[in-house]
Design a protein around this ligand. Sequence first.
Ligand SMILES: *Cc1c(COP(=O)(O)O)cnc(C)c1O
Length: 423
Amino acid sequence: MNLFNQFGIEKDTEKFCLQVENGLQSTFQKLDSIRYTNGAKVLYAMQKNKLSDSHFSASTGYGYNDIGRETIDAIYADIFKAEDALVRTQIMSGTHALSIALFGNLRPNDEILSPVGKPYDTLDKVIGIVPAKGSLKEYGITYKQVDLLEDFSFDYEGIRNAITDKTKLVTIQRSKGYSNRPTLSVFQIGELITFIKSIREDIICMVDNCYGEFVEEIEPTEVGADLVVGSLIKNIGGGLASSGGYIVGKKEYVENAAIRFSCSGLGKEIGANLGLNQQVLQGLFFAPEVVHNALKGAILTGAVFEKLGFKVNPMPTAFRSDIVQSIDMQTAENVITFCKAIQNAAPVDSYVSPEPWDMPGYDAPVIMAAGTFIQGASIELSADAPIKPPYTVFFQGGLTYYHVRIAIMICTQSIKGLSKKNI
Ligand SMILES: *Cc1c(COP(=O)(O)O)cnc(C)c1O
């Protein structure tokens, strides 16, 4: 029996996807050196910090003198070429990590500037763009935003005008998130930071690095970012970290975040690892490989859906700085069909049917397909979409390439009847 038959994939669908894949070999090959560089970076940081079996031991209670936790922080700092790091499984999500970094480093009457348009939806209430209890705004911290220009370049003039004596921190989101702008490359982020520092050296430049880790050979800390923040259930946890977030950068700013994470007087010195160190470290070890697989999967997905007549972003062979592939599905029905197919292709919960729902932090109903080992881990194959025009679905992750390959065939099969072009 044909292996693919059991998933309901017809012969011509399989053939179509394999043909598209064949055309991508040289694009895939270019990713090899990135994986290699990042893998070497991780390995070297583990050796340099003398990672040992003893670092995997559980600490409990206060977690004082947790050498495993300290070693993880040191390894992260080395990978990011940063002064310090705060890596904690108690950080509950990327939003939580960003919130800690912001609250820890801002004081009443300070102002935040986002020079790259509106930040990720879940930050609306953290910042107070949407009124919310406990927002930065309630603490007298104001927010300004400068959108990208029509061609998605930086509005340098607008940014210069927006910076005042109050501007304490600039937040730069690397990934496009749920927007239609391109993802920023680390090089572009560096140019922006250089410009901002040329106006005022002491402005804290923070980068939301979610979905960006190990996609390029360098990270934003290497181009001047003072703080880089992300989630362990995305790229850098390698699919094994079951919870957590990280904040890396200048010692003083990481310390400020750590004080907010725990409390004044305790900072980084507290927080039991409860036996999770090994998965955080092993996940980190896998991460360059996992990100490589996810990238190949994103490229294949983009290429297949472009051939099917949909608008995709980025284009299959374009430069990438995150693992997200977006596809304009044109209708809500297409979005739902696509997400249901991704869910059906999952190793976990493949039999459930995702439906759009009003998620906390988002302004439209969101449909999320993720049959994941770790709840909501979007380094595992997942697709999500706010149900609003232009009905863009955001596709990302895949711990293994073979899984994405099968999933895309299942998606292609189910979208076949709905697409403009026939296979
Ligand atoms: C995922 C993500 C976040 C944080 O999301 P959580 O779901 O809270 O982990 C923030 N910014 C970007 C760009 C993201 O992709």
